[in-house]
Ligand binder design. Structure first.
Ligand code: FES
Ligand SMILES: [Fe+2]
Length: 317
């Protein structure tokens, strides 16, 4: 599974406090906690002793304590205490399974493999950052990413906001690729009734789309009237093959609209997408045929080819 070698978002950095956090990634149960110095730690949520969930335990200084017999494990997974046998020096075989974890873009990211790939890098975005989520979506992560890259749905799903049926036509645009093969649209023109939280009336907007990784993408939108532009990241994390957890990052040049207004706008848009996404069958994204395309689907088709070439198996069929 190539997806084991990717970095996946797990939690907002500011959502992980002291208590251990249980989560799922690629069908595995994991626990995220912070050691005494505040460093995040990611482990399999299963005690090597009798299989109890470590996330039901508690953090004790630099170790996590299992709720069942109180065995303690350090951030590297080594067993450092077995209260029922105080003098016992636990051997290496008693270790819990620990994984790599790091902070990036306001989120904590983890990998279940050796992380041969780099986590997505962002360059040149506006400084004001907001992070939305988590949102759990009952459809495969690649379906959510493809929706994020899809513009032909604006006039229907986001009617009156990002599109209007009188402007349903997808204009001519070109899909290219980055040097490492990620699909890209440098320039895409859309007419939008209400392009941003601050927009008072309809207008033309220039979009740029970039696939960042199999489960992540970036778009930048710049209103043609010169009002402040925004970039959005779609960070999806495959919980399993048919469901995912999603966060969005917004990087905005708009310094006057309140955080509340920006959030409300974005949650409205995502709230329009979610029921349609969850209605899609199959829940996995078909990358080997089975769905039909139109000329408006060039970026989705390129994304599907990219997924196929990348070798990911989770969330596709
Ligand atoms: S199951 Fe964890 S200490 Fe026994
Ligand atoms: Fe949408």
């Amino acid at each position: 599974m190539m997806e084991m070698q990717l970095w996946h978002p797990l939690s907002r950095d500011d959502h992980l406090a002291e208590a251990p956090l249980a989560l799922t990634l690629l069908g595995r149960s994991l626990v995220l906690w912070r050691d005494a110095s505040g460093q995040p730690v990611l482990m399999r949520d299963q005690c090597p002793h009798r299989g109890a969930q470590l996330s039901m335990g508690r953090v004790q200084g630099d170790s996590i304590e299992c709720p069942y017999h109180g065995w303690r494990f350090d951030p590297q997974g080594a067993c450092v205490g077995t209260p029922a046998v105080p003098g016992f020096k636990p051997p290496a075989s008693h270790r819990a399974c620990a994984y790599q974890v790091m902070e990036r873009h306001g989120l904590l990211w983890g990998t279940l493999g050796d992380a041969v790939t780099e986590a997505p890098v962002l360059r040149g975005l506006a400084e004001r950052r907001l992070v939305y989520g988590p949102f759990d979506v009952a459809v495969a992560a690649p379906r959510v990413v493809e929706n994020f890259l899809d513009t032909a749905h604006f006039a229907y799903v986001h009617r009156g906001w990002l599109g209007e049926t009188s402007h349903a036509e997808v204009p001519d645009h070109e899909v290219t690729h980055t040097a490492d093969g990620r699909p890209l649209i440098e320039r895409y023109k859309a007419w939008q009734p209400r392009a941003t939280a601050a927009a008072a009336e309809g207008g033309w907007v220039t979009y740029r789309y970039e696939v960042l990784s199999p489960y992540c993408a970036l778009l930048t939108k710049q209103p043609d009237d010169g009002s402040p532009g925004d970039s959005f990241t779609m960070w999806t994390s495959p919980l399993d093959a048919e469901s995912c957890r999603v966060w969005m990052g917004q990087y905005t040049a708009d310094t006057s609209t309140t955080e509340e207004q920006l959030r409300e706008f974005q949650l409205t848009i995502f709230g329009q997408d979610k029921p349609v996404l969850e209605s899609q069958r199959p829940k996995r994204l078909p990358i080997s045929g089975g769905e039909v395309h139109s000329a408006a689907d060039r970026l989705s088709a390129a994304y599907r080819r990219y997924l196929k070439n990348s070798g990911v198996t989770c969330g596709v069929c």
